[in-house]
Write a protein that binds this ligand. Structure first.
Ligand SMILES: [Zn+2]
Length: 477
């Protein structure tokens, strides 16, 4: 162990595990890894690192976490607590222009429309970095990585709610992670920032930071590589699980995860999440049952049972149909979130969390197969787009040709024409669409591995076990 001091004077005990491209790898007392920017350390530490380009101990030499072999599921444990790593919350000012500011912490880049300053940013970034650490230390083997091509996770803060909503954020949301843009967005009001700048021209802390919304959405962001391959009830259930953990003084009390359910009967719904405030005014959302929840695979508002996972011969996705009308009542949607949380809690604790850990191991394999396909699909779409003018021109020429005397379209689609005429030349051949991994249907892959969670049980049996667990906990459903 060595004593490390950062530029701001914060001290940390950690083992040195080497330096690469200006990033220092440390191993903390609890065995977890931390990466800090060399330049964020004190001058003395920077000099020391420069004199020690190699790790101090043999055991510390290792591959980056993403390719490090994981211990078997039986050996991975749920942490009791997850503490925010202090070195992660050092703020670097990239730029502070009047309406364009950029700040960085260890794993995040924060873009804001107004100057927030280092002290305020440090406060705000704690929930971000804590959630990074929380997701990383869960026993599911998730190694949060910034989205493709980025050094850090992106967050954007908006001065007004109007600016926030103009990005396309749902009207009821307090914050949102856009899987499409790979950005987390939140308005100032949820960060507890004053509506107007203070005397010095900077904004200041006025109220509480909505850490629950941050934790919920950042959980999505940390898992972005897994989300397309998971059912939405579990995606939301996990985000509800992490955001409902007691979080005090920068510490997630994971062992107190059941306390989230300790709400007196008949009490108002949790006021912590903007979502529930909006949707369920006075009524607590209820348990929908495993059988009902299981089919919310692709959309939290629309049931979509999936039982077929492979594509047909011609590589066309089978139509995904549903006889069940979308949940239109907001209370039903809130119940789906709440039930996702209940079932996720059950899975975290069920059989020592083994089915859930094995499920994530299968997901990791699945997720690794898809990026080349998505890439090929983009290329395919671009190639089609390039050929579009040729096809439009061909159709026009053909239309004109059909109007010529003696030209007739036969019933079987062929065309008869006088030998004196020449029909338009065929357009270039269309490229072949790429094949999906294992011929899996991209619309069905989110339900493909759910059998692992059942672990030999039927949905009815699983439901019974969930109900029994909550009965035993003293929170009957
Ligand atoms: Zn969510």
């Amino acid at each position: 162990m060595r004593r490390w001091t950062n530029g701001a004077g914060k001290v940390l005990q950690a083992e040195y595990a080497g330096v690469e491209e200006g990033r220092v790898q440390l191993i903390l007392a609890n065995g977890s890894r931390a990466v800090v920017e060399l330049q964020s350390l004190s001058v003395e530490d920077q000099a020391w690192v420069k004199g020690h380009p190699a790790p101090t101990t043999k055991t510390a030499v290792g591959l980056p976490p993403s390719v490090a072999a994981l211990p078997p599921p039986e050996k991975r444990r749920m942490p009791d607590q997850v503490r925010e790593p202090l070195l992660y919350t050092t703020i670097r000012v990239v730029r502070e222009k009047p309406s364009d500011c950029l700040y960085e912490s260890e794993h995040f880049q924060f873009k804001t429309t107004a100057k927030l300053g280092v002290a305020l940013m440090k406060d705000i970034c704690r929930a971000f970095e804590s959630t990074y650490e929380l997701v990383r230390l869960m026993p599911w083997g998730i190694q949060p990585r910034p989205e493709e091509g980025r050094d850090k996770f992106q967050a954007e803060f908006y001065e007004t709610r109007e600016q926030y909503l103009a990005t396309g954020a749902p009207s009821w949301s307090a914050g949102v992670y856009s899987l499409k843009d790979k950005v987390f967005r939140i308005p100032f009001e949820e960060l507890g920032i004053s509506a107007q700048p203070g005397a010095g021209g900077a904004y200041y802390r006025k109220g509480a930071i909505n850490n629950d919304t941050i934790t919920h959405e950042i959980t999505h962001q940390m898992m972005h590589g897994y989300v397309p391959y998971m059912p939405v009830w579990l995606v939301e259930g996990l985000a509800e699980y992490t955001s409902n953990l007691p979080y005090r003084g920068g510490v997630f009390q994971v062992s107190e995860d059941a306390s989230a359910f300790a709400v007196p009967k008949g009490a108002a719904a949790s006021s912590r999440r903007g979502l529930f405030n909006f949707m369920v005014q006075r009524q607590r959302p209820g348990w929908t049952g495993v059988q009902n929840l299981w089919v919310f695979t692709t959309d939290i508002t629309t049931a979509n049972p999936i039982s077929r996972f492979t594509l047909t011969e011609d590589n066309l996705a089978p139509p995904v149909t549903s006889d069940v009308p979308p949940a239109s009542r907001s209370a039903d949607i809130a119940s789906n979130y709440h039930s996702g949380h209940l079932l996720t809690y059950f899975l975290v604790r069920d059989r020592d969390g083994l089915p859930l850990k094995r499920y994530f191991d299968a997901l990791r394999d699945e997720a690794a197969k898809w990026p080349p396909f998505w890439h090929a699909l983009d290329n395919y779409k671009a190639a089609l787009e390039k050929l579009r003018p040729a096809y439009v021109a061909y159709e026009k020429e053909m239309e004109a040709f059909l109007l010529k005397p003696g030209v007739t379209k036969l019933d079987d689609g062929r065309i008869s024409y006088p030998t004196t005429l020449t029909p338009p030349a065929d357009p270039p051949e269309l490229p072949k669409p790429p094949l999906t991994p294992d011929r899996t249907d991209p619309k069905a892959v989110c339900a493909k591995h759910l059998g692992i969670l059942l672990d030999g049980r039927s949905l009815d049996q699983l439901n019974e076990e969930v109900v029994r667990m909550f009965q035993n906990l003293g929170f009957p459903l």
